[in-house]
Design a protein around this ligand. Sequence first.
Ligand code: NIG
Ligand code: FE
Length: 398
Amino acid sequence: MFKIHAEHLLTPIGNAPKNGKEMKKIYEDFDVDIYIENGKILDIKKHQTSDHFTIKAKLVTPSFVDAHTHIPFIGKRGKEFYMRSRGKTYSEIFEEGGGIYSTVKHVRSSTIGELIAENYKTLNHFKRLGISHIEGKSGYGLDIANELKQLKAISYINEFSDIKIVPTFLGLHAIPFEKTKEEYITEIKNSLDLIKMYTNTIDVFCDKGVYLPEDIEDLFNYAKLKGFRLRFHADEIANVGATKLAIKLGAISADHLLKIGEEEIELLGKSSTIATLMPGTSFYLGESFAPARKLIDKGAAVALGSDYNPGSCPIFSPSFIMHLALRFLNMEPEEILTAYTINSSYILNIENGAIEPGKKCDIAIWNTNEFIDILYMFDTNFLSAIVIDGKVTFYENS
Ligand code: NIG
Ligand code: FE
């Protein structure tokens, strides 16, 4: 057993997800000892004495959970960044065979070993910034064998990594070069049992120029019957009705939502589908930001993620994403903490994001007393230690 003596404890508590006004309710305490044994939180009490088994901490929060990344991938797309900076749009580059297609070429020609090595390195950068779990997806294979190669890479990485990737199948990320939409959708439908060996979550890029609601409704209904949890990249480029379909099918999350209107905001406010927002992508592409404030005020549950990918958002820093959430999504710091911990955990179906007796122990220890500092000085790394499953990694600024 060991304990963490926290000068300041800040954590969501209770059951996920938190929606509307509940997102702002954070438990706060000062000068407490958190007792940890066998990867679990045993107890939290007012500080008494310190001993050899006490870690001294300033601020303690749950570790962060990134609800949306595109790991594992391989290859960089710096030239596209340059072209966009000179006026080309993300959609134009995609239509010309770059964008997602460029990463598909790299992933198809990589071995699984290369995918594992490259992405494991990246995971350590996430961990160093306070993240214990991320979502990861296929979507750069665009055929069953290469999509499964990505999912297998995730499962191998999880065997030896302490930071964990929760996998999602995003076969419907773009239309493959060599077949029609319909042929590919049928192939996926026939492969769902195989896919289920690696993940129980299916996602789609449901947007203009990619898959439309009418293309995928049958497949997603069928996947749901087979026990898949549904996620949507919804209405990021244009409002094509993706969010409405996500809500109708009871999807666990609808992500991006840049182009939704009042109607979808109302519907999300009343539904159990979580609005998952990635302000890093809006910033990186110079696009508008999702209507986070309105969503929360209407009662929706909001989660945050990086969308880390080699094209539209090569950013993984939670401090920077939270900085953007405060400034451009008009979210309050407490809402941001909820969105990056307990709400994102709920999407990934893991028990994280609340520091309370009986819960699993995934904790971040910060070298500042104030949560706002992590957002305000986003490129100073305040993390002094991270505890994943009860095991501690210390960093030099402890
Ligand atoms: O979430 N929106 C679609 N897919 C990714 C972009 C992936 C890429 O450009 O490689 C996204 O932004
Ligand atoms: Fe994405």
